[in-house]
Design a binder for this molecule. Structure first.
Ligand SMILES: Cc1cc2nc3c(=O)[nH]c(=O)nc-3n(C[C@H](O)[C@H](O)[C@H](O)COP(=O)(O)O)c2cc1C
Length: 254
């Protein structure tokens, strides 16, 4: 759409898209490293307690255990578990006037992010591509062709994605946010997607699953897979989710 294509925000997304033919030759600007932690050596330190006894702290083990998971059990997840993850990431929790508020915050309550699924191993759900109908809390079947390999291929051939039970694919309908916020809306769309993904990862943890966020993908291949018009809607982010392989942790807990 011409007015969107003239926006610098929209062009930024286009300029930073990955394409299979050029991904290996992309020139990155030479930007010097920064330290991982910022320090104020002169500042007085306030020690923080590490033990909390709040009712809300039920979330503690979920946050503590969450790690990006790239190895999954070849075991289906239940439809009920998938429904919970969809609700946790994008479900409607309150209504007020024209607004339907959701589990994850959204700038201006505009909710520009759409959720698609590539189902692979979900009990009671044929493999294929689906769209999450937030309003009716249901799934629209878009294709019953097995899409797991195609999604992994479009994600820079990250093979673990094809072994997950389900991949969440998030796109943005830019107009929903940019009509109000213009170019700044691009920031908000990306932030919204981050909130949604984190909610999903915590919900996955609560169901004995794990997930890995994925932002490395060939934009045109992902958009083609979902038959999106990239002038209006484009994939921003993804996550592969599946049952955890029970193993001794490679990471130490703090
Ligand atoms: C924006 C974003 C994009 C990411 N993209 C990928 C990806 O394409 N492939 C992958 O294996 N991991 C990806 N990750 C996962 C990170 O590698 C991971 O979060 C990081 O190593 C920290 O580990 P943790 O998530 O286990 O705490 C991504 C994470 C974020 C937040």
């Amino acid at each position: 759409m011409p007015e969107l294509e003239e926006c610098s925000g929209y062009n930024y997304l286009k300029e930073t898209a990955y394409d299979r033919a050029t991904v290996k030759t992309i020139k990155r600007p030479a930007i010097a490293q920064a330290a991982t932690f910022k320090a104020y050596p002169e500042a007085a330190k306030v020690e923080l307690p590490r033990i909390w006894q709040l009712a809300e702290a039920r979330i503690t083990p979920l946050l503590q255990k969450r790690r990006s998971l790239r190895r999954f059990m070849m075991e289906p997840i239940k439809l009920e578990e998938l429904a919970f993850m969809l609700w946790a990431s994008q479900g409607i929790t309150a209504k007020s006037g024209d607004y339907s508020f959701r589990t994850a915050p959204s700038a201006g309550a505009l909710y520009p992010v759409e959720t698609y699924l590539s189902a692979n191993l979900v009990e009671g759900l044929d493999p294929g591509l689906y769209h999450f109908d937030v309003e009716n809390f249901s799934l629209d079947r878009l294709s019953s062709e097995d899409s797991a390999e195609a999604v992994a291929a479009a994600c820079l051939d990250q093979k673990f994605m094809a072994q997950s039970a389900v991949c969440f694919l998030w796109s943005a309908v830019f107009r929903r946010c940019m009509t109000k916020y213009g170019n700044r809306g691009i920031r908000y769309v990306l932030l919204d997607a981050g909130h949604i993904c984190q909610n999903l990862l915590v919900a996955a943890e609560a169901t004995g699953c794990g997930g890995c966020p994925v932002a490395a993908f060939y934009d045109n291949e992902m958009n083609d897979l979902l038959q999106l018009d990239p002038g209006e809607e484009s994939v921003l982010y993804a996550a592969a989710v599946g049952k955890k392989v029970v193993s001794k942790g490679a990471h130490c807990s703090l």
